[in-house]
Design a protein around this ligand. Structure first.
Ligand code: SF4
Length: 341
């Protein structure tokens, strides 16, 4: 049940928020009082990967500050057009693991479903910005092939809904997907990776909660939050509502140069997440995808930040520092967390 404190969230429909997202570079500069001379560069970059920012997210960005850590996540920069050695279009080698339309099977016990190509926000560091979504978009009939794959692979006990962003789907479609997966006896966990609760908190509705509670499988939501400023009051209220309704909440952040590459920033993020009922789970080194080299952090820098973070937070607030290496059977731990107090 949605508590009265969430009622204001319902006043603005989440689908309306999706439709109203800012996609015009000129409008972005106007709203955020940024210099107009950035316009030509932004427009050129947007031809490859368009701008998209939901207005509730924009509300958390400081006007007139070109270095705001939330702005840097959505602002197209000319650096995206550079070709950098060591960076590729498919750094995680997901395409060879594309077992059938809409399904990636990289790790033995879990399979990832590309539920949609659409995202509420376009994160400039996105590791799937070059992913062949058109070859992975499924109609309901085409999903049967993915469901058959899950049924036939008894070693898979977890289905991960990914995308794009699975919460971009209507509740009806989401419920259909979840119930189809839930019919497969050996699937124990259904995990949803999403940025929607962070960028459009209006997405947390009674209908969504009913959908998530409609299965007796373990339902885990991994929200993708990179900075404490993303956790507005509305976001925190929405997350707490999910938690109060029995949804396990974890967070995965990407360690991004110029955005959250300081131990204090990460410590503040962990505390704020915890107060919203979310456990910091993964801190990812950025994947080496073309167009994102300006966000990159070396392993040595990451470890140095991580050691500092370890000294600042309790063990339960320390995410695992990981990177993804193609061909490995799991994410690779860059550093083992020491046991906390
Ligand atoms: S929400 Fe995820 S998939 Fe979508 S643009 Fe951002 S990082 Fe990429």
């Amino acid at each position: 049940m949605i508590p009265p404190s969430v009622a204001p969230l319902q006043q603005q429909n989440w689908q309306q928020c999706l439709r109203d997202a800012v996609t015009s570079p000129r409008e972005l500069l106007d709203i955020l009082a940024l210099p107009a001379n950035l316009l030509d560069d932004i427009e050129a970059v947007c031809r490859d990967f368009p701008l998209r920012v939901p207005r509730p997210y924009l509300d958390n960005i400081e006007k007139g500050n070109p270095y705001d850590p939330l702005l840097r996540q959505i602002l197209p920069l000319t650096e995206e057009r550079l070709t950098t050695p060591g960076f590729s279009l498919d750094p995680l080698e997901e395409i060879p693991a594309n077992a059938c339309r809409g399904l990636i099977h990289k790790y033995p016990n879990r399979a990832l479903l590309i539920t949609t190509s659409a995202c509420a926000i376009h994160c400039r560091y996105c590791f799937r910005r070059h992913f062949p979504y058109t070859e992975n978009s499924n109609s309901r009939a085409q999903w049967q092939q993915a469901m058959d794959y899950l049924s036939n692979h008894k070693e898979i006990n977890e289905a991960i809904l990914s995308g794009g962003d699975p919460l971009n789907l209507s509740d009806k479609h989401l419920e259909w997907l979840i119930s189809s997966i839930a019919e497969i006896p050996h699937i124990k966990h259904i995990r949803i990776h999403t940025r929607l609760p962070v960028v459009i908190p209006q997405r947390i509705t009674e209908d969504l909660i009913s959908t998530l509670k409609s299965t007796d499988k373990n339902c885990i939501m991994v929200v993708h939050c990179n900075h404490g400023n993303e956790l507005s009051r509305a976001v925190i209220t929405g997350l707490k509502t999910l938690k109060d309704n029995g949804i396990t909440l974890l967070n995965q952040s990407v360690l991004l140069a110029g955005i959250n590459d300081h131990a204090d920033t990460l410590a503040a993020l962990g505390e704020k997440l915890f107060s919203a009922g979310v456990l910091p789970y993964y801190l990812h080194l950025p994947d080496k995808v073309q167009g994102t080299a300006h966000f990159d952090i070396s392993e040595a820098q990451a470890l140095s930040i991580y050691r500092e973070l370890q000294a600042k937070v309790s063990g339960f607030l320390l995410p695992r520092l990981v990177r993804e290496i193609p061909g490995q059977t799991s994410k690779t731990l860059v550093h083992e967390p020491v046991s906390g107090d």
